[in-house]
Design a protein around this ligand. Structure first.
Ligand SMILES: Nc1nc2c(ncn2[C@@H]2O[C@H](COP(=O)(O)OP(=O)(O)OP(=O)(O)O)[C@@H](O)[C@H]2O)c(=O)[nH]1
Ligand SMILES: [Mg+2]
Length: 456
């Protein structure tokens, strides 16, 4: 991939739509305007033009020209806004790609160029994609905060403080007699603890950002007829899954997207787990259920509290086999509108079950899910309304590495090894630098931008 080439792509989503935008960036952008629109445009002026492929007209629309560096990518950029749909934009793009030196853009390549040309830091570049794929309003708001540089600003404050600290430390190494105050007072260690506290705060916020970005996966599990599909429908607010009183109704997995406390959540309904499926289809469904359970962030084990539940013990045992003891599991006692079954109540009091939080639910009365909704919010972790930015796992890992390096720097300080202390602080700075892109490699960039949409 070379930044010398001029790149082009359809920047709007495929399918039926009023307008499609073909975006072009690079030194040949004006050639595109000349060849396709038969005009040399002035900067930032809208022209209504026919779009040509050779002598034939392929579409008509608006042409815009943004000379670099005052464009999204920092390079000369041309936008052709034509008609949407599956054919017209492709025809315009194909005409654009016939011009020498112009090629189809890779996913995220426009934003990659914007980053490389210093138009935005890496957290903002990633936030562009996060905003596009945001699954809830809170996630979109958080992405916008990162895009506007709030995440980078927070990290830059920490980096600046580390730089100041390192300068003092290195000054002390060079001129020990002049900097006695710095260490005699034990102030250096206090300062480092303060810096760790700031990094810890960023870590918490970054983890919340990841949650908003990635969303959470909740999987419903339990014996046939426990009420899983009914719960899915109630949470979705519409009849998505088939509900009958025949055990083994749900065969395939079915996922819906909802929002809980601002977090985008995918809830998956699964076939009730039992060892004696009625046929091959149910057996495959149970296998799929187990695969989904392995990926769950939170499992809701449903037990029908109104009936004998001879299979509940077995289901719990199976779940533990699937993911061990440390699963995030809530036990849902369903059908709480019906009288409780004494045997089942007794069973759920035994330690195997009582170690889990138990929540009563009913889909048959209007307030039957209030408690469950509140507990789901708690289990997923509440996200503050303000001050959250979108973040990724790589950010969380880099902040953790930063904190580890700072802890090591305190150890070195305690040992009186100021050289190693300074080195650990430099390592901490490098880790922070990988987040904003001050320290980066083609590998990291390749990984980040390959998940972007084409045309962004
Ligand atoms: N009274 C009462 N009945 C319920 C409740 N939830 C579900 N049911 C009934 O229980 C039966 C089974 O419900 P489903 O939602 O299909 O159960 P399931 O766990 O999805 O069952 P499978 O798909 O067979 O694994 C249906 O007849 C529902 O109407 C509830 O809260 N109260
Ligand atoms: Mg079902």
């Amino acid at each position: 991939m070379s930044c010398e080439d001029t790149i082009a792509a359809i920047a709007t989503a495929p399918g039926r739509g009023g307008i499609a935008i073909i975006r072009v960036s690079g030194s040949k952008a004006l050639d595109v305007a000349k060849n396709v629109c038969h005009i040399i445009p002035e900067a930032r002026k809208a022209y209504f033009r026919k779009f040509y492929d050779g002598q034939s007209i392929v579409d008509e629309g608006v042409l815009l020209y943004f000379p670099g560096p005052n464009s999204y990518t920092g390079e000369d950029t041309v936008e052709l806004q034509g008609h949407g749909g599956n054919v017209a934009p492709q025809r315009v793009l194909s005409s654009v790609l016939k011009i020498a030196g112009v090629r189809q853009a890779e996913p995220g390549e426009f934003t990659r160029r914007a980053f490389l040309n210093g138009k935005m830091d890496l957290t903002a570049a990633e936030a562009v994609e996060d905003l596009i794929s945001a699954g809830s309003e809170s996630a979109a708001k958080a992405a916008l905060s990162s895009l506007e540089g709030e995440f980078a600003a927070k990290l830059n404050t920490l980096t600046d403080k580390l730089t100041t600290f390192r300068m003092r430390l290195e000054g002390c190494l060079d001129f020990p007699e002049e900097h006695e105050d710095f260490f005699d007072s034990g102030k250096a260690a206090d300062d480092l603890h303060d810096l760790i506290a700031i990094a810890d705060e960023s870590l918490t916020t970054a983890k919340q950002g990841v949650k908003l970005n990635e969303g959470a996966r909740i999987v419903l599990a339990g014996s046939p007829n426990a009420g899983k599909s009914s719960l899915l429908n109630a949470l979705a607010g519409e009849e998505r899954a088939i509900v009958t009183n025949i055990p083994g109704t749900t065969r395939d997995i079915l996922s819906i997207n909802i929002e809980i406390g601002g977090i985008p959540v995918t809830i998956t309904d699964t076939a009730g787990i039992r060892d004696t499926p009625s046929d091959e289809i149910e057996a495959i469904g149970i296998k799929r259920a187990i695969e989904m359970l392995k990926k769950a962030d939170l499992v809701l084990l449903m037990v029908d509290a109104s009936s004998p539940a001879p299979e509940a013990e077995h289901t719990l045992k199976r779940l533990k086999e699937i993911f061990g003891d440390n699963t995030n599991l809530l036990l849902i006692k369903s059908k709480s509108d019906l009288p409780e079954n004494k045997e089942t109540a007794k069973l759920l009091n035994n330690p195997d079950f009582s170690q889990y939080k138990q929540i009563s639910s009913s889909t048959k009365n209007p307030t039957g899910l209030d408690n469950l909704r509140a507990e789901l919010k708690k289990a997923l972790g509440e996200i503050p309304a303000e001050g959250v930015f979108s973040a990724r796992r790589r950010h969380v890992n880099a902040i953790k590495e930063t904190i580890d390096a700072l802890h090591r720097s305190i150890e070195m300080l305690d040992l009186g090894d100021l050289v190693l202390c300074a080195r650990e602080i430099a390592i901490a700075q490098d880790h922070l630098g990988t987040i904003t892109g001050k320290v980066t490699s083609d590998d990291i960039l390749g990984k980040i931008f390959s998940t972007f949409c084409i045309g962004k």
